[in-house]
Structure formats: structure tokens, C-alpha cells
Design a protein around this ligand. Structure first.
Ligand code: SF4
Length: 473
């Protein structure tokens, strides 16, 4: 399973909205972007109160505690997928977001999605200047820089712009100053960030699905390099840092984002469907049915079915009620809970030649398991079709594709992968095919983990052992 780092949300209340409730509901809509922790901070006249903990949104933010938060005028929220320490939940709690810092100009709260590629250099520079860090996450570095820049800047906008010039890598951020909601997206635009409206109130969030699920209206994406500010005078945009070359993470379309989101002008669902249709042309198969691996493989399987004329059938039933059981358990129990989480509809596959479509292959263990499940349920043949190209390089911009040795396509040929996972045949979407799926995007795309060509500077040390490197001074 591949993990995205985070989802962010912010709202500036221009109506009589219960913004704690709105933020909580929005975080539920962003739950797919992070299940390891969640948090919510609310600002009432410059005083910020925050609730956060490890776990799913419903676990981290319980109703009783939410009721104790004040009715505020600005709120931000965060969901996170990274566990900083698997053995000590207290370390995880300290790194949970939003972070709230208090400095001489008041309070700041911040929620971040992405990964800074110059975090080691920045941290060292700040520590040499006397800074002390506690949380161990990029958001802490960003908030420290914003606060220190604010002391030498005329406005918070100027401080944020100066901060942006110091940061490298991937960052989509929402933050609150005592009186403003602020969003910024890195100049490449690696992680999504968009603007919405709920009545007269402004929203900044990772995906449009969070806006629509509140009953709001999507306005537009924040441009790569743009800073947006909402205050009592309305909405303001600053584009001094916008550049021509942009590189939104293509994996957002392949896997991370929800299919009902629209990112940088294109529908995630339509992108996946198109990938499936191109895959059917590039890698045809003689088969009786096409099925998709839930959830992100399903739109691609539908596209494959329409293009190939092979009927689409549901082959897997996903149990939506197991919560985090699947990612918490180890060993034998974990293997058993996999079957509880995903089971095969035997009647639809028994005796059939099956095309199974998945969004991507990371280590190959999930694919091997899926194929075994289909064969155990009586499938005569299983042909795996993958709706993205072979993934053979690491990511430096905020996903957990960090260890090249664990990527099956980095070390093995197509035939070797086919044999290892037990498929009767395997076919990947071509790189050209992938590019076609996003040709209508308003921004360029990063395809670094497929090609090994990266659009922004990075430090290799960070990707190998990011957090111990940060602690090694
Ligand atoms: S390297 Fe891959 S996962 Fe990382 S940002 Fe680029 S496309 Fe996304």
C-alpha cells in the first residue's frame, strides 16, 4: 500500500457557520489522504485552540472535545498518513498537525502537505541561530521561518513570500495568523491545493471533494507558486513566485486523490478511465470479464472494459467497516484481516478468464495476493493490467516511495514480475499513455518515480533516512 503524506483544509467564516463542524466534516472527506493522525485548530479573535491526536478523524477528534472548542472565525485542519514513530504514540502526537506556535506577534497555526527537500539544511541553519525544535516535522520548520520573517517584514504576506523563497521541494500549506487565513503552494505545484466557497465563506483545501461534500462550490486551484490570503477585506492573491514550469505529482491522478475530485482542471475519475481505455489498446487480453482492484483500479477497469468490449464485473467486495485494523496488525492476524477487508465474489470469476486492473504495482505483494485470491476462487486465467507505467524510482516530494530496493519494477523484468506474482500475463500502461491521460491539465506533471527525471532539486540523504538524518547533528 502506497501512502500519501497529508490532506489540509482551512475556512474563513463570513457567515454564521459552525466552522469546527465544517472542518471536521471536511477532514472526513480527506480521510483517504491520511489515516495516522488528524487535527483541527480554531481561531477566535486571534486566540488559537487546537485538538489533535493519532488515528482516524473519528478517533483523533472526539465529539466531547470538539464541543469544547470556541465558535471561531477561522479554522484549519489536517489528516496525516506518516507515522513518525511506530512504537511511541507520544512522538506521533507531538508531530500531529495543525501545529500552533506562539511568538511575539501572536499565534500562528499551520497544516502542511508535502516534503521539503532542503529540510536538513534549513534545520541546521535555524538551530545554529538558536532555534529548538520539538515536533520533528516540516511544518515546524515552516512555521519557525514564517514567524522569524514576520519580525522583519511589514506584513504577514511579505513574511510568507520570503518564507516561500527559502523552501525547496513540495509544500501545499494552509495557515492562520491572528486575523488571516493563508494558503501557499510550492512553485512546482507538487501537491494540490484549491479554493472554494461555502455561502460567503472561503475554503482552502487539498481536494475539491472536501468543498463539494460540505455543499460548497469549487472556485479554482491555487496556482503553483501562488499565495492566497483571506481576511476581513476579502480574498487576495499574490503571484510573484509563480513560474512557467510546473510539475504536479502525476500519482495524485493515478492513486492518491479521490475520484470525485478535480485537480488542476481535470477530473481524477476521467483520468483513470482514460488510462484504462488506453491500456486496453496497448495491452489487449483474451478474457471473459474485466474487474478492478478497489478502489482506485475500478475506473480504469471500466475504461478497459468499454474499450475492449469485454464485460465489466465486480470481483471484489470491500469491507468498509474494518477501519485501521488492516494497517495496525502484524503477521498472521494481518494476513487474516486482509481477507476480511477484501473478499472475492466467487460466482463472478469461477471458471472465467479474468482481466484484473490495478492502479500501480509497488512491491508486488498486493498483486500476488489479489491474483491468488482470484485463482483460489476458481478463475481459470488471471491477466493483470496496470493503469500506470512500471514504478522503478523513489519519490523525494512527500510520498513513501522511498526505498528503490522494494520496488519490484526496479529490479525485475516484465517476465520475472509476471512469474513472481503468479499472473498468466501482465501489461503496464506506457509512459506515453500516462502522459495522454493528463494532457488537458492546466499544469505540467512530475513523473519522477516512473522516469528517474526529477523536476526539482533534492537531497538523496533525506530520502534514505530522512528523520534520523535530521536528528544526527
Ligand atoms: S516522484 Fe512520483 S510520487 Fe513523487 S511527486 Fe513525482 S510523480 Fe509524484
Amino acid at each position: 500500500m502506497l501512502n500519501e503524506d497529508c490532506g489540509v483544509f482551512g475556512i474563513y467564516n463570513n457567515d454564521n457557520l459552525d466552522i469546527v463542524e465544517e472542518t471536521y466534516l471536511a477532514l472526513l472527506s480527506l480521510q483517504h489522504r491520511g489515516q495516522a493522525g488528524a487535527g483541527l485548530a480554531v481561531n477566535k479573535d486571534g486566540e488559537i485552540k487546537c485538538l489533535k491526536d493519532v488515528g482516524l478523524v473519528s478517533e483523533a477528534l472526539n465529539q466531547k472535545n470538539l464541543e469544547k472548542l470556541p465558535e471561531g472565525n477561522i479554522a484549519i485542519g489536517h489528516v496525516r498518513n506518516v507515522r513518525y514513530d511506530l512504537t511511541d504514540p507520544n512522538i506521533d502526537r507531538a508531530a500531529a498537525q495543525p501545529l500552533v506556535i506562539r511568538y511575539i506577534n501572536g499565534s500562528l497555526s499551520i497544516a502542511h502537505n508535502g516534503s521539503l527537500t532542503n529540510v536538513v539544511e534549513l534545520k541546521k541553519e535555524l538551530e545554529l541561530g538558536g532555534a529548538i525544535f520539538q515536533a520533528g516535522c516540516d511544518a515546524e520548520i515552516i512555521s519557525y521561518i514564517v514567524a522569524s520573517q514576520r519580525l522583519i517584514s511589514a506584513t504577514i504576506e511579505e513574511a510568507v513570500e520570503k518564507t516561500m523563497n527559502k523552501l525547496k521541494g513540495a509544500f501545499s500549506v494552509v495557515m492562520m495568523s491572528p486575523s488571516k487565513l493563508i494558503g501557499m503552494r510550492d512553485t512546482n505545484g507538487f501537491r494540490p491545493l484549491c479554493i472554494g466557497k461555502l455561502k460567503n465563506s472561503y475554503i482552502l483545501t487539498s481536494e475539491s471533494c472536501a468543498i463539494e461534500s460540505l455543499g460548497g462550490k469549487f472556485v479554482r486551484d491555487v496556482k503553483p507558486g501562488e499565495i492566497v490570503v483571506v481576511d476581513d477585506e476579502g480574498f487576495h492573491s499574490y503571484m510573484n513566485n509563480c513560474k512557467e514550469k510546473t510539475s504536479m505529482c502525476v500519482f495524485e491522478y493515478v492513486y492518491f486523490a479521490r475520484p470525485d475530485s478535480v485537480l488542476d482542471g481535470i477530473s481524477v475519475y476521467q483520468t483513470r478511465r482514460k488510462a484504462g481505455a488506453i491500456l486496453a489498446k496497448e495491452c489487449p487480453a483474451e478474457a471473459d470479464i474485466v474487474c478492478g482492484v478497489p478502489d482506485s483500479g475500478i475506473p480504469a477497469a471500466m475504461g478497459y472494459s468499454v474499450e475492449s468490449g469485454i464485460p465489466y464485473e465486480i470481483a471484489f467486495i470491500k469491507n468498509k467497516y474494518t477501519g485501521r485494523l488492516f494497517i495496525q496488525q502484524e503477521g498472521k492476524i494481518r494476513d487474516r484481516t486482509k481477507k476480511i477487508k477484501l473478499n472475492v465474489l466467487s460466482a463472478n470469476v469461477k471458471g472465467k478468464r479474468v482481466v484484473v486492473v490495478d492502479d500501480s504495482i509497488i512491491r508486488g505483494t498486493t498483486s500476488a495476493n489479489i491474483i491468488k485470491m482470484l485463482k483460489d476462487a476458481g478463475a481459470r486465467e488471471v491477466h493483470l493490467r496496470v493503469a500506470s507505467p512500471p514504478l522503478s524510482n523513489v519519490c523525494y516530494y512527500g510520498t513513501d516511495i522511498k526505498d528503490k530496493d522494494k520496488l519490484i519494477a526496479a529490479a525485475k523484468s516484465l517476465k520475472e514480475i509476471e512469474k513472481q506474482i503468479g499472473a498468466d500475463s501482465i501489461g503496464y500502461l506506457s509512459f506515453d499513455g500516462l502522459k495522454k491521460t493528463v494532457e488537458d491539465s492546466q499544469v505540467g506533471v512530475c513523473t519522477g518515480c516512473f522516469t528517474g527525471e526529477y523536476p526539482a532539486e533534492f537531497s538523496k540523504k533525506i530520502a534514505v533516512d530522512r528523520y534520523s538524518e535530521k536528528l544526527s547533528y
